[in-house]
Design a protein around this ligand. Structure first.
Ligand SMILES: Nc1ncnc2c1ncn2[C@@H]1O[C@H](COP(=O)(O)OP(=O)(O)OP(=O)(O)O)[C@@H](O)[C@H]1O
Ligand SMILES: [Mg+2]
Length: 276
């Protein structure tokens, strides 16, 4: 049996419904009322890390973005979460990557229950063991490619607690260079973000996300703003990272052309897994 890195057990995520906070997609609420399909601003409800307990009268006004999701994500492989807009991909990714908490259910990351951890424990876990890549690249504009990647090592080595995975200061230069070479940017180290193409910037973001040797890398629509060829190149880098560095990668995408590159694909529809 393959090794499991993330075990999702009966996870549901509800968002309180308020006036003007109707989710996209026209789904039904617990009251059985049809919800308007208009996309409403998500405002403060999109909080990371703290799910307000839902009880009493409130429980009738909940929009369930995820319903009883259970899945096992294999270690050292590339897993894709697919599904149309509003199906719950980002919600699920945020929960399994310790950015958000489920309303119900548990998530084990490498055997540890991240849903039972304190905020401080989750913060340390995120900095030391998890890498993140987003749809729009968020590089620091006044830092070169090299400095952006090095910054991740600084962050990972700051704060309390010891870690075997922490990279010693004297090895930073080598690690940053290796990571930039790995994404094919050995000749762009001193470029500023604005001097690079979108695809190059996304590759710097990948180098930055893996620099501190995270066990797991989460990427939310990392290819959405790239052309097909560049998107394919990014996912091929993910494959290399899984197979050469043993990183477990979970990414979301709409792009059906990328599915065959994944070791495992889960399809989401209306907050439920419909195929794995
Ligand atoms: N903070 C929130 N408050 C209320 N509803 C929310 C909140 N976040 C997400 N939702 C709703 O949950 C559902 C799933 O959202 P999610 O962002 O996970 O979808 P997605 O599959 O990532 O979509 P996309 O492909 O467009 O990024 C949507 O209907 C959305 O409107
Ligand atoms: Mg999304």
């Amino acid at each position: 049996m393959e090794d499991c890195m993330i075990k999702v057990d009966d996870v549901s995520r509800g968002f309180p419904l308020r006036a003007g906070n109707a989710p996209a997609g026209g789904r039904k609420t617990d009251e059985g009322t049809a919800v308007s399909g208009d996309t409403a601003p998500l405002e403060d409800t999109a909080s990371f890390g703290d799910t307000a307990p839902i009880s009493g009268r409130d429980s009738e006004r909940i929009f369930w973005a995820l319903h009883h999701v259970s899945m096992e994500i294999p270690k050292g492989q590339l897993t894709i979460l697919r599904g149309r807009s509003g199906s719950g991909k980002t919600t699920l990714l945020n929960i399994i990557s310790a950015l958000d908490r489920p309303t119900e259910g548990t998530v084990l990351l490498d055997g540890q229950d991240i849903t039972a951890m304190t905020d401080a424990q989750r913060d340390l876990l995120r900095r030391r063991h998890i890498g993140y890549i987003y749809q729009s690249v968020a590089l620091i504009p006044m830092m070169t490619a090299y400095e952006n990647v090095e910054f991740a090592l600084r962050l990972a080595s700051s704060g309390k607690g010891s870690s075997q995975t922490r990279i010693p200061r004297k090895e930073w230069k080598m690690r940053v260079q290796d990571c930039l070479h790995m994404v094919g940017l050995g000749s762009r180290m001193t470029h500023m973000p604005q001097q690079m193409s979108g695809g190059e910037q996304q590759r710097v973001a990948i180098a930055r996300a893996v620099a501190a040797r995270p066990q797991v890398l989460f990427a939310d629509e990392p290819t959405a703003e790239l052309d097909t060829t560049t998107g394919l190149q990014v996912v091929k880098i993910f494959q290399t990272l899984c197979h050469k560095e043993g990183v477990t990668i979970v990414m979301t995408t709409h792009d059906t052309g990328l599915m065959e590159l994944a070791d495992k694909v889960f399809s989401l529809e209306d907050g439920e897994i419909i195929g794995g």
